[in-house]
Structure formats: C-alpha cells, structure tokens
Design a protein around this ligand. Structure first.
Ligand SMILES: [Fe+2]
Length: 313
C-alpha cells in the first residue's frame, strides 16, 4: 500500500491547528473497541427506500411501528423512517459489555455532554448524544429481541457485506472531529490537509474505534449533510459479485471501482433512491490502537489511487 508518511514531512503530520488532541489516542479510550451497529435513514418516500434495501441490499423488512422499519441482512441492519428526504439522523455504535458502556457514558458525561434517551429500539441499554451538526450518536448493547436470524431468504442476502462505517460532511471538520475524538473517544487515523499547508485545518478526518481504519469519517463540504455509509465485504471477488448484482438491477455504479488511498480499500459506490451514497468495500486497512495519526494531501489520489475522485470540497 501507499505509505503516506513517505511523502509527508514530520512537521506536516504533527500540525495541531484547531485539531483534536492526539493525546486522547495515546491515553486510551473506553470506546475501544466499538463497531457501527446500525444507522437511521429518513425519507419522504420510505417505501422506495425499503424496496431498495430489501431487493438490492438483501435486507428483510420488519415494520417496527407507524412509519418505521427495521431492514436486516447478514451482518447489516439499518432503520428507515418517514422524515426528511436523504436524512441520516442516527449513527449507532455497539459496545461489548455493560462495563464498557458505563465507562463510555462516564467519559461523555465527564466531558459535560448532555445525554439523550435512546431513539433506537435496537439497543437494550445505552444512551445517545447530539453531535455539533445535530445528528444523534448512540452507544449501546444490542437487544436480543432483534438478534440476527439464522438465515435470510432474500436472493441478495447471499452477498457478503458487513455494515462497517458511516461518513458525514460538515462545514467545520475540526469542530465535529474534536467532538467525536475528545468527547466520545474515537481515535484519529488519518487527516487530510490542503496540500503544502501544515497549519491548515483538516479537510477530512478518518476516525476509528477498533482496528479497522475508520468506523466514522467527516469531509469538509459547503453544508452539513450525510455523505455515505459502507458495507465491508470479504474479498475483491465480492466487489465483482456486488457490481454484477447492481447490473442485474440496472443500477449504475456512481463512483469506482477504485482503491481509496486513505484506508487502502477497494470500493465502489451506488446511490439509493434518495441519492444517498452506498459503498461496497473490501480490504479495508487495519491500524493498531497506538498508531500515530497520519497526514494526506487534499487531492484526488488520497481518495482514489486508481483514478478520479468525489471531491466534496
Ligand atoms: Fe467509505
């Protein structure tokens, strides 16, 4: 893989203007390890979303109440609700034990962050907070009533893809990332800076909560909005199979296939019926818990080593 450090002066990587303290990564965090468990999606036409995630993403439909549906496939689940078109109001992370949950809650309250009641039924215990862009971030223990069934009948459920990361866009990357790192306990993996300016605020940041390169990331954009979410497959062959599956549904690949620089993963993206980007990924890099944050230039190559990139700013 590309070694970003090879082309990056040390001072560039150590720049600190407006950036979350990297001391939190070294001090340890109760959030480690945690994984993305589910996200919430909203639409003014939820029926179209339900159909897409059922037929294209292989997720069985379970109505949860008026205007809300649980979509569930192997190692992947999301909530769909009536609401704002293209909305992604919730990111929910799973921890491993009640003890860990208590430790994460203690850290968050110790930072003075107000706690919200859980808005997701998929956690038996947990809490939520509101990030600086107004999105709910939940932490919890999965409710066994919604445990994954032994098998799924939908044809698309044969395709492997574990819900793995969620990404947002923001007008203020530093402010949002500071909240996720210092208040919530995520660890900085990679920073992206305007080329040659080691004192600039980051234009993108990739954060991890276990060994996988990122479970959350934020890109600079003209407005705060959802960006995409991703499913991690087991191999390049799975990417091929998903792309053939998209072709069978007459869904054009929106970006890719390519290989991200940051994360080094193979990928392509499609759009769901509301234009929200859905990524299929393979070979996402592992990064050790105590690895120092790395720096990348704000250029297409950072986002796609093979070709053109979706530049949010
Ligand atoms: Fe991604």
């Amino acid at each position: 893989m590309t070694d970003p450090a090879a082309s990056t002066p040390p001072a560039f990587a150590a720049a600190s203007a407006g950036r979350p303290s990297e001391a939190s990564a070294k001090a340890g965090t109760p959030l480690w390890p945690a994984q993305l468990d589910h996200i919430g999606r909203e639409s003014d036409n939820p029926a179209a979303l339900v159909t897409f995630y059922r037929d294209v993403m292989g997720m069985a439909v379970q109505p949860l109440g008026p205007g809300q549906w649980l979509m569930r496939g192997p190692q992947r689940r999301i909530l769909i609700a009536v609401g704002t078109r293209g909305g992604q109001p919730l990111s929910a992370f799973r921890v491993e034990s009640r003890q860990q949950l208590d430790a994460v809650r203690a850290r968050v309250t110790g930072r003075g962050v107000p706690l919200l009641n859980l808005s997701t039924p998929l956690f038996a215990d947990g809490f939520a907070v509101r990030d600086p862009d107004g999105r709910q971030v939940a932490f919890g223990l999965p409710d066994p009533r919604y445990a994954e069934p032994a098998s799924f009948d939908l044809p698309a459920a044969r395709l492997r893809g574990r819900l793995q990361h969620v990404v947002v866009a923001s007008t203020d990357v530093a402010r949002l990332a500071k909240f996720y790192v210092e208040d919530l306990g995520f660890v900085v993996t990679d920073n992206v800076f305007a080329a040659g300016d080691e004192h600039a605020a980051a234009t993108a940041m990739f954060l991890r909560s276990d060994l996988e390169h990122h479970s959350f990331a934020v890109f600079r954009a003209p407005e705060a909005r959802p960006d995409h979410h991703a499913y991690e497959t087991a191999s390049w062959n799975d990417i091929r199979d998903w792309a053939d599956h998209m072709a069978a549904h007459r869904i054009k690949l929106w970006w890719g296939p390519g290989r991200h620089g940051a994360g080094n993963n193979l990928f392509f993206m499609v759009e769901d019926p509301d234009g929200h980007k859905v990524e299929l990924s393979a070979e996402l890099e592992y990064v050790a818990r105590d690895a120092a944050p790395r720096a990348w230039a704000h250029e297409e190559r950072t986002l796609n080593l093979w070709g053109g990139a979706w530049m949010r700013s």
